[in-house]
Ligand binder design. Structure first.
Ligand code: PLP
Length: 381
């Protein structure tokens, strides 16, 4: 068959970008605040421009406020939530270290995979999908395995469960001299999270959930104890890009080139965090709780059942059980096609069993809850 020379090929005809306007009530991303979109269309400056250095300082200070920490080592990692996750795990887990991970959701499995790739041995603390970790089980796992690092998911996006008893878990870990890594991807800026008060050594997050920012620059914080371990590693971290001892040169005092920061994403994060600070973090937690509380009441009034017990309910991610005989995929498509409304299906062990309905950041507004409740009611009728 005759293959045309590259030079003979027609240039692709691709039209102007016109994405649909959706209401994002899935597990993330959430709707982006117009001020964040505006910040993203401001002029680019260089990643070492003095004005950008100031923007970096401000973003770090706003991140400390939002994480409730004084940790000097608080940065946006270039990349999505998995990048800040791998930066935490890949730097804190050294070859031969043992990491204890949870089995009660999808993201504990990802922690395990990253720890293995960092050269660590993985041990597990069990809890069913849809339940939090029990401190008694964590204590028993520590006594049995003596792990060096303990990871847990504060807000499990796959099950809609919020991990309570965090200070109890961190004190068990510290009694065993272990380091604690908390996955706060779906909790930062949405549900109470107090990194210093709860004695968490390293916490990572993503911008596209409760901060309502596009993905691309992902929050990470480490205390001095964790950073001392990272800086005294015998072998360098396996990822050059995410090596925190190298990133220290850029985000620390020196401000020397490591890689070209995603400048526009840092602008976006700064604006999203400014929105958090303007109203105050406590009022933001309360807004999520109230708005998601209305959503929960609305779906329960339709006789739908929440997957998580009220005690562990996660306002930012509402896992609602799919009623008997209902095709979850058809409901999700009907909502998208008929109402421009995005929700998601279950993952892993909960595939086909739950709808995942986010109530995060700028999406956590009463008008969205009304739309969701009425559209879901009509679709299920
Ligand atoms: N951890 C949790 C709890 C998440 O919900 C997600 C994303 O949904 C991640 C980690 C990974 O983040 P990303 O998809 O931005 O890489």
């Amino acid at each position: 068959m005759h293959q045309p020379e590259f030079g003979d090929r027609q240039a692709p005809e691709v039209g102007e970008l016109t994405p649909p306007t959706r209401t994002l009530m899935g597990p993330g991303p959430s709707d982006v605040h117009p001020r964040v979109l505006r910040a993203m269309s401001t002029p680019l400056v260089g990643h070492l421009d003095p004005s950008f250095i100031e923007i970096m300082d401000e973003t770090q200070e706003l991140l400390r406020y939002t994480f409730r920490t004084d940790n000097q080592w608080t940065i946006p990692v270039s990349g999505t939530g998995s990048a800040s996750m791998e930066a935490a795990i890949g730097n804190l887990v050294e070859p031969g270290d043992t990491m204890l991970v949870p089995t009660n959701g999808y993201f504990g499995g990802r922690m395990a995979e990253m720890a293995r790739r960092a050269g660590g041995d993985v041990v597990e603390v069990d809890a069913p999908w849809g339940e939090p970790l029990d401190p008694v089980a964590v204590q028993a796992a520590f006594d049995e395995h003596q792990p060096d690092v303990f990871g847990f998911v504060h807000a499990e996006t796959s099950t809609g469960v919020r991990q309570p008893d965090v200070p109890e878990l961190t004190s068990i870990a510290h009694e065993h001299d272990a380091y604690v890594i908390a996955d706060c991807v779906t909790s930062l800026g949405g549900v109470p999270l107090k990194v210093d008060e709860w004695d968490i050594d390293a916490a990572y997050s993503g911008p596209q959930k409760c901060l309502s920012c596009p993905p691309g620059a992902s929050p990470l914080t480490l205390n001095d104890r964790a950073m001392d371990k990272v800086l005294s590693r015998e072998e360098p971290a396996r990822s050059w890009y995410l090596d925190l001892s190298l990133l220290e040169g850029y985000w620390g005092e020196e401000r020397a080139y490591h890689h070209t920061a995603p400048i526009t994403n840092v602008y976006a994060l700064r604006e999203a965090l400014r929105l958090v600070a303007e109203k105050g973090i406590e009022s933001r937690w309360a807004r999520h709780r109230e708005t998601a509380g209305a959503l929960k009441a609305g779906v329960e009034a339709m006789e739908l059942e929440m997957n998580a017990d009220d005690e562990y309910w996660l306002p930012s991610l509402n896992a609602v059980r799919v009623p008997e005989g209902v095709d979850d995929g058809a409901v999700i498509s009907d909502l998208l096609e008929g109402y421009d409304l995005e929700i998601a299906s279950g993952l892993g062990a909960l595939e086909g069993e739950i709808f995942r309905i986010g109530c995060m950041g700028h999406s956590a507004r009463p008008e969205n809850v009304s739309l969701l409740v009425s559209a879901l009611g009509q679709t299920l009728a």
